[in-house]
Design a protein around this ligand. Structure first.
Ligand SMILES: Nc1ncnc2c1ncn2[C@@H]1O[C@H](COP(=O)(O)OP(=O)(O)OP(=O)(O)O)[C@@H](O)[C@H]1O
Ligand SMILES: [Mg+2]
Length: 256
């Protein structure tokens, strides 16, 4: 399993593996993100939730370099300012992601998809050995030689996670990874996320399955119309009046 060294420290405080600082993103006249700041720690699962259109994927795109923030906005990875870097440089520095719309190479096998990511990263481990190790970790060794296009969505989500892990990331961003998974798959997925975090990797999780988020995240950030309206433990966020108001009528959060 990839693992990070223990977080570097600034004074006595650990430096978060991810720091997003004052990020604003506009699409034409529309404010998709408004002065958003948040952090994620190594070895922890940090949640990012919010209703449809809140700006979650836009924030992921800003963190990974698929979109630029305002001039003042900053993104730091393990203390290094990566705001102006292209996506592949951020990948080399330890950032990996999965996509809301699956983006596997459909005609390649599961092993080939994962081995390709390992090869691009250029680690000491042989790419096919890396793929085999990750498939074992994810419990999908039986899919090794199946073409990605023939893998059901729930398990394809695991393949995409495997591809991210093959780059030995310090931080992995997961955009709705449980979407398309049945209840049993989601239970298994929950255990996997906890195992990956326990091995030292930071995880930033966007997910509409609020029960999953509440179960695994140490800190949850809530976006609504591009504004960060709450940040705290699952209990704090669940009881926050602004969060309840944002989710009223959506049935996505238990507002009782
Ligand atoms: N490339 C773009 N051009 C114009 N508007 C965009 C673009 N990408 C996102 N938006 C708009 O920005 C807002 C935030 O979208 P975003 O996809 O980040 O939301 P989200 O929280 O990921 O939503 P969902 O839960 O539905 O995935 C939305 O109003 C969306 O329509
Ligand atoms: Mg989205």
């Amino acid at each position: 399993m990839p693992s990070t060294s223990s977080p570097r420290t600034a004074g006595s405080r650990p430096v978060p593996v991810l720091e997003v600082d004052g990020v604003t993103v506009r699409f034409g006249g529309q404010l998709a993100l408004s002065n958003v700041s948040l952090t994620a720690a190594s070895g922890e699962i940090t949640g990012l939730i919010g209703p449809n259109g809140a700006g979650k994927t836009t924030l992921f795109n800003t963190i990974t370099g698929l979109g630029a923030p305002n001039a003042r906005g900053r993104v730091r990875l393990d203390g290094t300012d990566i705001t102006g870097l292209p996506p592949h440089r951020r990948g080399r520095l330890g950032l990996a992601r999965t996509f809301q719309q699956l983006q596997l190479f459909s005609t390649l096998t599961v092993t080939e998809n994962i081995a390709l990511a390992a090869k691009r990263k250029g680690t000491d481990e042989r790419p096919t050995e890396c793929a085999a190790r990750i498939l074992d970790l994810l419990g999908i060794t039986h899919l090794a030689d199946v073409r990605a296009q023939n893998v059901p969505t729930g398990q394809a989500r695991l393949v995409e996670l495997g591809r991210a892990l093959a780059t030995q990331p310090k931080l992995v961003l997961l955009d709705e990874p449980a979407s398309g998974q049945d209840q049993q798959e989601t239970e298994h997925f929950k255990d996997l996320l906890q195992q990956i975090a326990a091995d030292g990797t930071g995880i930033l999780l966007v997910e509409h399955d609020v029960q999953l988020v509440m179960a695994v995240c140490s800190t949850i950030n809530v976006l609504d119309f591009g504004q960060l309206i709450a940040s705290g433990t699952p209990a704090e966020v669940r009881n926050d009046p602004a969060v309840i108001a944002a989710y009223l009528g959506t049935e996505e959060i238990d507002v009782a």
